[in-house]
Design a protein around this ligand. Structure first.
Ligand SMILES: Cc1cc2nc3c(=O)[nH]c(=O)nc-3n(C[C@H](O)[C@H](O)[C@H](O)COP(=O)(O)OP(=O)(O)OC[C@H]3O[C@@H](n4cnc5c(N)ncnc54)[C@H](O)[C@@H]3O)c2cc1C
Length: 382
């Protein structure tokens, strides 16, 4: 048997898993297989590391996972930068959550409630105070909340740095598609590639995001694509400068955010709907994002529209990732998918969980809600 670990999928999650596996010498060879590395949700994401402002009512376990991962992010970013020699673009300016409609003030109250329960910092602001902090905000903004602890990362720099760290640690990247995980006598034997080649392995980490469910019958129905669209815009000479903090707003009940990037750029996102694997960027999606973002940041009307993009959040029935050995799956198959709306945020915690799983150690207690052992109780979709 080959002393090889295969990781399927080279988004932030799979590339992190492969890097950790090679760094910790868990096998003679670590192979990362993806037909188009870094092209999935990880490429399209906004890059917010914002568990509190992202949490929805009733999602306490997700909030706790996110908070555990946020605490790890500064050290994780340092480790990736050191291992790769490349920046990941971590931003520490925090988030401003704002509302333009009196009815949406409840959103801010909900976030304040979460923050108080966590003993975390947040400051309620009037519309005027909010605009004083971020002059790019328009007169429609009625109230705001400053959340200084939130972080953000440049997801594309992160992908490049993770890939460099993985390759420096010895990971072999194969640009191929995996058709399925193969098994023999109750244990994985490797993966079958679209080319027909079989790649032997003692361990297979399935980290193909929203595409993971088809790779083995034990994964069927555990993860589904939740489509999201984003826009990338850039301030032009003479335009009003963009905000320095991440701005999140609720406009007519729709969530919209603007995440700053270097060079006067903003990522505006994101739509969310279930549309299978159709990756078209729709006219309605672009219209809503622009209209909502412009309501909050009127100056963007003058910006250059540089890019529109869509991808698929890997959604699970309980909105939590699935990490670890699955009941009923062959030995040596590790699930590492289902990071949903917060996979960039959850990558720092996932890195620690994967390192422990591969070493046969107990995983961090804070990651219990993501354990693959709960899968028997998860509702599956066909
Ligand atoms: C619009 C949008 C905005 C988002 N914003 C944020 C945000 O601000 N903050 C945050 O934390 N999260 C955000 N997310 C969520 C985050 O992007 C995802 O949770 C995360 O990127 C998932 O990473 P992944 O590596 O599991 O999947 P992906 O990045 O989708 O990677 C999966 C990889 O698997 C590969 N693959 C597929 N099939 C196969 C196969 N058969 N064989 C081999 N490889 C295969 C694909 O090519 C792809 O590269 C956002 C997502 C979207 C869509």
């Amino acid at each position: 048997m080959d002393d090889r670990t295969v990781v399927v999928g080279a988004g932030v999650v799979g590339t992190t898993a492969a890097w950790v596996a090679a760094r910790d010498h868990v096998a003679d060879e670590v192979v990362l297989v993806d037909p188009d590395p870094g092209s999935g949700a990880s490429w399209v994401a906004g890059g917010m590391l914002a568990p509190i402002t992202e949490a929805w009512p009733g999602e306490r376990p997700l909030l706790e996972l996110g908070a555990a991962s946020l605490r790890r992010w500064p050290a994780f970013a340092d480790a990736v930068e050191q291992a790769s020699g490349r920046p990941v673009g971590l931003r520490r300016e925090g988030t401003l959550a704002v509302v333009v409609d009196s009815a949406d003030r409840e959103d801010l109250d909900r976030i304040v409630g979460h923050l108080q329960a966590w003993g975390r910092d947040a400051e309620r602001l009037t519309g005027r105070e909010t605009r004083r902090r971020e002059p790019a905000l328009g007169p429609a903004v009625r109230a705001g909340l400053a959340v200084p602890d939130d972080l953000a990362v440049d997801n594309r720099l992160l992908l490049a740095a993770l890939r460099a760290a993985a390759e420096r640690a010895g990971v072999v990247v194969r640009r191929e598609s995996v058709v399925g995980v193969t098994e023999s006598r109750g244990a994985v034997s490797g993966v079958e590639l679209r080319s027909g080649e079989r790649l032997g392995a003692e361990r297979v980490v399935v980290a193909a995001g929203a595409w993971s469910a088809s790779l083995h019958p034990a994964l069927a129905g555990l993860v589904r694509p939740v489509k999201g669209e984003i826009l990338r815009v850039r301030a032009r000479a003479g335009s009003l400068p963009p905000p320095t903090r991440t701005v999140r707003a609720s406009v007519a009940g729709r969530a919209v955010y603007a995440v700053p990037r270097d060079g006067g750029r903003l990522v505006l996102g994101a739509t969310q709907y279930e549309a299978g694997f159709n990756a078209d960027v729709t006219v309605g999606g672009v219209r809503d994002l622009l209209a909502d973002a412009e309501r909050v940041l009127p100056g963007i009307a003058d910006y250059a529209l540089e890019e529109t993009a869509a991808s698929f959040r890997p959604g699970t029935a309980d909105n939590l990732p699935v990490l670890g050995a699955l009941p009923g799956a062959p030995g040596g198959l590790l699930a590492c998918f289902g990071h949903g709306r917060g996979g960039i945020l959850l990558t720092a915690l996932t890195a620690d969980v994967v390192a422990d799983l591969l070493a046969g150690r107990p995983v961090p207690a804070e990651s219990a809600a993501a354990s693959a052992s709960r899968v028997a109780t998860l509702e599956v979709s066909s």
